[in-house]
Design a protein around this ligand. Sequence first.
Ligand code: BF8
Ligand code: SF4
Length: 626
Amino acid sequence: MSRRSKPEELTITQDGRIMIGKAERDGIETVWDRYQKQLPQCGFCELGLSCRNCAMGPCRIDPFGEGPQKGVCGADADIIVARNIGRMIAAGAAAHSDHGRDLLEILRAVGEGKAPGYKISDEGKLRRIAVELGIEPEGMDTLELAVKVAEQLEEDFGTRKKMISFVSRVPEKRRKVWENLGIMPRGVDREVVEMMHRTHMGVDNGWDNILAHGLRTALADGWGGSMVATEISDILFGVPKPISSITNMGVLKEDHVNIVLHGHNPLVSEMIVQAAQGEELVDLAKSRGAKGINLVGLCCTGNEVLMRRGIPMAGNHLMSELVLATGAVEMMIVDYQCIMPSLGDVAKCYHTKMVSTSDKAKFPGMEHREFHPETARDLAYQLVKEAIENFENRIPDKVYIPTEPVSLISGFSVEAILEAMGNSLNPLVDAIKSGDVKGAVGVVGCNNPKIKHDYGHVTLTTKLIENDILVLDTGCAAIAHGKAGLKQLEAKSKAGPGLRKVCEALSIPPVLHVGSCVDNIRILVIAAALANELGVDIADLPLAGAAPEWYSEKAVSIGCYVVASGIFTVLGVAPPVLGSKNVVSLLTEGLKDLVGANFAVEPDPNKAADLIIKHIENQRQKLGLP
Ligand code: BF8
Ligand code: SF4
C-alpha cells in the first residue's frame, strides 16, 4: 500500500483530521485508503469509453485513435459514452423516485389506517397538494384525502400519461421548451425503463437522442420522483421551519447512549426519533448509567431529521466511517443510499451495533431488522432499547470524541423562506432587482475522495456569499457548510454588503439549508415561482447550480434536471464523458441553445465561483438589472 496521505491533505475539517489519525491507530481502513489502492483507476472507464452492456463485450475505445474505435457491435465513442451516462441518469432517477414511492406507500397506509405511529402532520399541505392535483378536498376527511393524493401520485410512476402531475408548477415558457424538444417527462418508471431499453445493444444509437432522453429521465426525477418524496415527507412529518441545532462529530456525547441515523428516507428515522423521546426509554437509559439518549444524523437521513426536528448532524458522506471510529456509537441504523458497505467492518472494531432496515438494502456486518408500516413503531422502540442495552459494552479506552460542535440554523423549506419574507416573494425580487442580492446558487451534492473533503463546497460558497450571491444548499454540501459555520446568523459578516443587509433584515444566514438531496426540488419550486412572478423563463433568472464534490448517480440525475430546467450548473468532478468530443460539446455548449443552460466542469472551486459570478452578471445584464 502506498504511504497514507496526511490527514490535512484529505479534509479541511478538524474533526475529520483528528479522526483519520485515530482510525489509522485503530487499524481501520477508510475510504481514502481504498481510493489510494485503486489508483490508477481505469482510464477507459474514466472517459466513459468502456462498455459491458452485452456478452459480445466488454469493449473499449482507444482514446488516442490508435486502437479500436468501435465495439464488437459497431458502437463508437459517442454511442458508448452517451449510453453510459444515460444509464447513470436512470440509476440516479430510480434511486430518488423509489424513495418517493416508499413514502407514497406510507401515505396510503396512513389513509387506510394500516400504519400506526405515522400520521398526517400537515393537513394544510395535504389539502394544498390535493388542490394542485385537481382533487376537490371539500367534504373529504383527512384520511380519505391522503389515499386520494397517494393514488393520484402513484399514477405518476407507471401509467401512461402525457406528463407527470407537478409539471403544472413549471413556467409556461419552460414547458414549451420541453415540448418542442420532445423531453416532457411522462412517467417516472416509464422514463427510467425506456432509458434501460434504449441503451440495450441495438436500440438507440443516436447519441444525441439518448442524451435528450437522459434529460427527460432526469426531469421525471426532479419534477416527479424527488418532488413526490419531498412533498409527501412534508405532509407526513411536517413542513420544515427554521430550527437551531449543532453539527460535526462533537455532537456525540460521551455520557449518553448515542444512536446514529444514516441513509435517506425519513420513514425509519422519524419513528426512531419518536421512540427515543419516550419517557420510558429515557429512564431506561438513565438506569443503565447514561445521562440520556442522544440521536444524531449522518448524510441525508440526517438532513431530514435536522430540517424537521433539529436533530444534531454528525457529518457527511466521507465522515460515516470516522463517526464509528469515535467508539462512542451504541447503534447505527441505516435505511438506504450512500451507505458504504465497509461500515459493518469498521463497527467490528468497536461495540457498535449496526442495523439495516430496508428490504432493498442489506449490508455485510449488519443485523437486518426490516421496517414495515404496520410494525414500525414497535420495531423503533425495540431498536432504541437494544441501543441502550449496548451502552454497557462500550470500550472506554477506544472512545474519543474529537471536537466541540458548531451551531447552525436549518429548516428553510419553500414555505419557511416565504414566511421569512412576509409570505411574499417581493422582498427577494426587490433585493435581486436592486442588486443587494445579485443572484442565488444551489450548492449541492456529495463528498468524493478525489477532492479534499469539504474544500470544494466551503471555498466555493464562501466566495459566492462574499459576492452578494445567496446560497441554498442540500445534501452533503449543506453539512460541509454547517460545519464551517456558514449557516449561523453571524455568518452574515462573511457576506458582501448587499447580502448582509438582506440577511439582517430577514434574520437569515447567507447560506440557507433547504434539505436533503431529494429536497433540491425546493430550489426548483422557488426558481419556478420567481420566474412566474417576473413573467420570464427559469433560464432568464440570475441563478446557477454547483456540485463541487459529487460522486453519485443521483447527483448526475440532479445535475441534468437542473440544467434541463434552465439553470447553468458547474461540476467539480468531471463525469465519465470526456471520451466523446460530441457529447462534451453538447453538454457544455449545445444545450445552451436547446434548453437555455449548460454544464461546466471546474475542479478549482475558486475558478468555479468566478464562472458562476460571471454567469450571474450576464443574466442580470440580459434582464436589464444593475
Ligand atoms: O443524497 S449528497 S453523498 S448523502 S448522494 Fe449521498 Fe451525495 Fe451525500 Fe444524500 Ni445526495
Ligand atoms: Fe461491446 Fe457493443 Fe456489447 Fe457494448 S453493446 S459490450 S460495445 S458489443
